[in-house]
Ligand binder design. Structure first.
Ligand code: HEM
Length: 497
């Protein structure tokens, strides 16, 4: 700091580079008179300030970012031709953004909420964005329900606070969320820091190798720092004392050279297995058990550099699940299919059509070359003299004709319909298995967290329907929640529990 203070200062200028004569006193008619319209510096300064805020992300508004790299540690060329994964030891630069989901950019870090785990890998074939969470599953399995689900989690239109009635009402009418609720209200629902949690691609994706063979794939990022979590009480205390807890933890660890890392693995399923697997492998409310599809280590991710400017690099970063590279593609997961549209669309609204050319978002290991032109705030050369149509006879960029992922043969009728049910497809099997995996103290904390939420609900029907979901997952689970909710509600009414 002392050094910075001692440095020669540059001259202060207006936005157009002219020297500013006085930055402390506005121009006025006489020393105590009204201000003058000729004071261009005052007008420009206020007008810029008035426009500082842009729309925050509609979800995941609160977040922290860091740069780092991904290094391949095992040969995966049998499964994918993705060039950034083509050789052991190969490194690819990346940017990551961690986030909470429901509340605003200024909200506390230590809330009970999934955490975003969004990666942008700057590969030689363009940017590959893997936009996941710290949970392997999600609340719903159809993107048509996403806006309603998010509304139920955010502030109520009348009270403008998060309402237990809304969150639990939606849950009680969406049994497929039982698995994710069990995960979220368990110990891992509030990580101790962004460094102490795992990450997941969550969806099933497709990998294709150089011979054109394809595999379904799920990504796992295991924290090398070890999993550490906060209890509801600890989280509430930290939220009061240091609402920026996760953000500062990441920033300060990297600043002092304590670089967090994750071991990256994949689960792989041969394409043909998907047809007859026990449940729908594209259903985002379910995991693939490791006994069916074991994890294969593929690499290591290290975060070692903080962004210099939060707004430029973190707020303006734009991750899009539709950004794939050759060798990697989507699966028929309906949620993923919905997301392939929603992110680019949100970013065109939030940042503008030219956001892909911003330094944090533009391709780095290659150069984007296409016929997209113009639009609001085109701040690069806009393609210069190069022709702006295709096909052309003037050596403009041409399509690659290389298959990125393997096309799928599809059958069936079009129309609004539920996904196919496989042998073990129901909303409760995996939630019950997760509950039974927990130790007794873990179960106690899970039941207490859920009961505290449900006891605040005003409508008996919502509570009964919710308890019924947990009971269908595991009879003991449901019974304990019902008993604890009853005790909490009785004691609130002033009758001893
Ligand atoms: C159909 C379901 C979903 C829709 C429509 C949806 C939509 C969105 C939108 C519009 C944004 C804001 C994008 C921006 O302004 O840059 C966002 C952010 C995000 N979403 Fe989703 N989302 C869905 C499901 C999911 C799922 C299943 C995951 C994780 C597996 C996820 C993870 C994230 C993350 C991590 C971010 C923040 C990215 C960042 O850090 O900038 N979302 N989502």
């Amino acid at each position: 700091m002392a050094d910075e203070c001692a440095k020669d200062r540059k001259e202060l200028t207006t936005e157009s580079g002219a020297p500013v004569v006085d930055n402390q006193n506005s121009q006025s008619a006489g020393s105590d008179g009204p201000l003058l319209l000729q004071d261009g510096h005052l007008l420009e300064k206020l007008a810029r300030f008035d426009r500082e805020r842009i729309p925050e992300r509609v979800v995941h508004a609160r977040g922290s970012g860091a740069y780092g790299h991904f290094e391949v540690t095992k040969d995966v060329t049998a499964w994918t031709k993705a060039r950034f994964l083509s050789a052991v030891g190969k490194r690819t630069e990346l940017f990551i953004r961690f986030s909470t989901v429901a509340l605003e950019s200024g909200s506390p870090d230590t809330v009970r909420d999934p955490r975003g785990f969004a990666l942008k890998l700057y590969t030689e074939d363009g940017n590959y964005d893997l936009v996941g969470n710290n949970t392997p599953i999600f609340f719903i399995r159809d993107p048509l329900k996403f806006p309603d689900f998010i509304h139920s989690q955010k502030r109520d239109p009348y009270t403008h606070v998060q309402e237990p009635d809304n969150a639990w009402d939606f849950f009680s009418l969406s049994p497929e969320a039982t698995h994710q609720f069990t995960w979220l209200f368990g110990d891992r629902g509030i990580p101790k820091s962004y460094r102490h949690m795992d990450g997941f691609g969550s969806h099933t994706y497709q990998w294709m190798n150089a011979a054109g063979e394809a595999f379904w794939v799920k990504y796992h990022f295991k924290t090398d720092q070890g999993i550490e979590c906060l209890t509801s009480k600890e989280a509430a205390e930290i939220a009061g004392n240091n609402p920026n807890h996760h953000h500062l933890d990441l920033l300060q660890s990297i600043d002092k050279g304590d670089f967090p890392s994750w071991t990256v693995s994949v689960q792989l399923m041969p394409l043909a297995d998907a047809v007859n697997y026990r449940f729908n492998p594209f259903d985002l409310t379910k995991v693939w058990p490791f006994k069916d599809y074991p994890k294969h280590e593929i690499g290591r991710m290290v975060l070692d550099r903080n962004p210099d400017n939060y707004f430029a690099e973190v707020e303006q970063s734009a991750f899009n699940p539709a950004n794939f590279v050759p060798g990697i593609g989507p699966s028929p997961d309906k949620m993923l299919q919905g997301r392939l549209f929603s992110y680019g669309d949100a970013q065109r609204y939030r940042l503008g059509i030219n956001h892909t050319a911003l330094p944090v978002n533009r391709a780095r290991a290659t150069e984007a070359a296409n016929y997209g032109r113009d639009g609001s705030m085109r701040f690069d050369s806009n393609g210069g003299r190069v022709k702006n149509y295709e096909p052309n006879s003037f050596n403009g960029p041409a399509q690659s004709n290389q298959a990125q992922s393997r096309p799928l043969e599809m059958h069936g009728m079009s129309g609004a319909q539920k996904a196919t049910l496989h042998r073990e497809d129901n909303d409760f099997v995996q939630a019950g298995s997760l509950y039974r995996l927990m130790t007794e103290p873990e179960k106690e904390r899970l039941v207490e967290n859920i009961a505290q939420g449900l006891a605040a609900v005003s409508c008996d029907e919502i509570i009964e329907r919710s308890v019924s979901h947990f009971s269908q997952a595991d009879a003991d689970y449901g019974r304990r929640i019902a008993e604890r909710v009853k005790a909490l509600r009785t004691s609130k009414r002033g009758v001893p529990a």
